[in-house]
Design a protein around this ligand. Sequence first.
Ligand code: C2E
Ligand code: CA
Ligand code: CA
Length: 436
Amino acid sequence: MGLRAAFGEIDHVTGLPTRAQFVRHHAAHYHVGGELVLITLADARQFNEILRALGHDCADAFVRAGVARIAETLGPEMRLYHVSVLSIAFCVPRRRGVSVLRLMQEVILAFATPLNAQGIGIRTRIGIGLTDFPPTACPTESLRAALSAAQDSRRRSEGFARYDRQSDEAHRRAFRLLRDLEGALKAPGQLELHYQPRLDLDSNRCHSAEALIRWTHPELGAVSPGEFIPLAEATALIAPLTEWVVRAALRQCRLWMDDGLTLNLSINVSPHNLHEPGFLPHLQAQVAENRLQPGQIEIEFTEGALVSHEGHIRQRMLELRALDIPIAIDDFGTGYSSLSYLMDLPATTVKLDRSFLRDLMGETRTQLLVRSVVEIAHNLGLRIVAEGVENQEQLVQLRDYGYDEVQGYLISRPLRPELLRRWFAHRAGHALAREV
Ligand code: C2E
Ligand code: CA
Ligand code: CA
């Protein structure tokens, strides 16, 4: 066994044949085809907790107990493979005439009782993935597909999942986007900012614009920020991404000023950014380096994000305000925050989410909300902006309700910097721009 172990054929923790063995022998064992099953004994987070709290020996014992539980349930003829630290794979050949689903239900039931690892009872939630395993299948690709299904199964009430190409492709795309976004932040030309002007209804002028990021992937083409920002927010990438946005937007603001156009800029920031100690100093440094006034740079946070990050964020928002940097609450009305919560935030502006404008004409309840939120905002000393204004009727209505500003395709789509400059020049004749 020592010699076989040396060649990576037997796993030293469980004594089971390894993934290398599975790959080597799959054609011989599974020439009739069948279903490949992969069971993950715990999710990675739980396993790390076991490792941290109880140590490696106990973690090994946990894996061995899991394997023993599977082996007892499936019987001695089922050949199990230990394909990664937490994953056990086996194939149920078609000719056995056994219902795979019934087998899986038995496995799930078996794991209802905690595993015994060195005398400690550990309750675990296994994942089970199934995929077709024809004799022609590539074994490593089949293992990957079964693992993808096992991960999907954690979100299913049945406790197991079949390989789903769509879900797998979505995960693979997300993974690829994350990997490539890191490169895009360093490579010139893939990322750029577009700017959407905001119209002040009092003066009928545009004093400000919102910076919106655009990514042209060299192979996938345009990728929407609605797709890659949430991915970046779930990883450490949101920090360099926001730094990139702040640097690019503030430099652009300075270039416009040198060109005779003074604008305030709104920048979208994730609440995760406020957990980084470097965020505020970087913002301050960029404001100074580009010789801007802090009041020119407004920071937008989505309402939903604010609700889920509470206490700490409020403190950081106060620090932003102490620097004289305005704060807008974005997508207002979608985040289920209470009005008392709104009262408590040191914001300067509220941006009503564009979904409320869709039914502005017909629905009286929506009308009531769109109207009453103006009064609340004004009573709290906040400016109120309506997003997603697409037609003249909406504009007239919002003006009537007392909105301070509007933003949307009716005014302009988000534009490249040079186009926005031209847009302002064109509007100058219509007294819309504030030029210096
Ligand atoms: P958001 O901050 O609510 O930005 C407004 C979105 O609505 C933009 O989508 C904009 O193009 C779109 N929009 C503007 N006017 C209209 C209109 O009249 N009708 C319709 N149907 N849509 C309109 P976009 O650029 O795809 O951005 C989507 C979201 O991605 C943004 O929503 C924001 O949450 C996020 N995002 C964009 N750029 C950045 C960024 O630089 N940093 C961060 N953290 N998030 C960003
Ligand atoms: Ca925004
Ligand atoms: Ca918004």
